[in-house]
Design a protein around this ligand. Structure first.
Ligand code: ADP
Length: 238
């Protein structure tokens, strides 16, 4: 059984790798044609080109997420812990949120308190925070607010990302961390998610020896809470 799983993981990793190059070429060519032919395209054709580029980007994201998970499963995603200031990372996540929310009438608040310096893999923690703010912006309708908070404790820091969106019904709440799980498949797919964001985010938190949880009251938004130990990932992951 172990061998079968191993073969399956290797297949996903190889397939992701092989798909990447033709897709990059596909997107590059579509973007080039879009630019060179812009003056001659009808508005329908221009729209079709935009759609090709958008869908290709979505497949690229999906492949990149699948290959990250395959490497995590293989134990090959080694973390590179170094001193990081979670306050700084959250400030840049708030800036990302404001960019993503541009034109959507949405307020983004940031509250940080205490000493937020820890040992962590900066790139992976940035990726985790981006997954949370990306979801918060995507699932919160215009007029909503997103609040990012970081607080310090002796042994760990806690980060929360709250939104005023539709929230998550209780029967779905734990399942949102499963791979490809979506509460409302048609709506989420339309909004462009891969369905892998939260499973990768939780795997990153756990690889650091931390946790990622969610609480929500349906209709009044969702709060994702990340805890990361100050001391960094356990020795085996670092
Ligand atoms: P996706 O790419 O579909 O967003 P994720 O793994 O990031 O995949 O999230 C899984 C599902 O959890 C989403 O499809 C959505 O149904 C739900 N979800 C995630 N974040 C939020 C949020 N802030 N508010 C409401 N629902 C959310």
């Amino acid at each position: 059984v172990r061998e079968a799983f191993q073969r399956q993981r290797a297949f996903v990793a190889d397939a992701s790798h092989e798909l990447r190059t033709p897709l990059t070429l596909l997107r590059g060519n579509a973007e080039l044609l879009q630019m060179t032919a812009a003056a001659h395209l009808s508005s329908e054709d221009a729209q079709s080109f935009r759609e090709i580029v958008r869908q290709t980007e979505q497949i690229e994201r999906l492949i990149s997420d699948m290959s990250t998970l395959a490497r995590m499963d293989e134990g090959q995603l080694l973390l590179q812990p170094a001193p990081v200031d979670i306050g700084e990372l959250l400030r840049s996540a708030a800036a990302d949120a404001r960019l993503l929310a541009a034109g959507k009438d949405m307020a983004v608040y940031l509250e940080t308190d205490g000493d937020l310096r820890i040992a962590a893999d900066e790139t992976r923690v940035r990726e985790l925070l981006l997954a949370l703010v990306d979801n918060a912006v995507r699932y919160t309708p215009p007029g909503g607010t997103i609040t990012l908070r970081a607080t310090a404790a002796d042994s760990h820091v806690e980060v929360s990302a709250s939104d005023t969106g539709p929230g998550i019904p209780p029967e779905h709440i734990e399942r949102v961390f499963e791979r490809f799980y979506r509460v409302d498949p048609s709506r989420s797919r339309e909004q462009g998610g891969s369905g892998l964001g939260l499973s990768i985010a939780r795997a990153i938190a756990e690889a650091h020896g931390g946790s990622l949880t969610v609480s929500s009251k349906e209709g009044t938004g969702a709060t994702f809470t990340l805890q990361l130990p100050r001391s960094g990932p356990p020795a085996a992951s670092g």
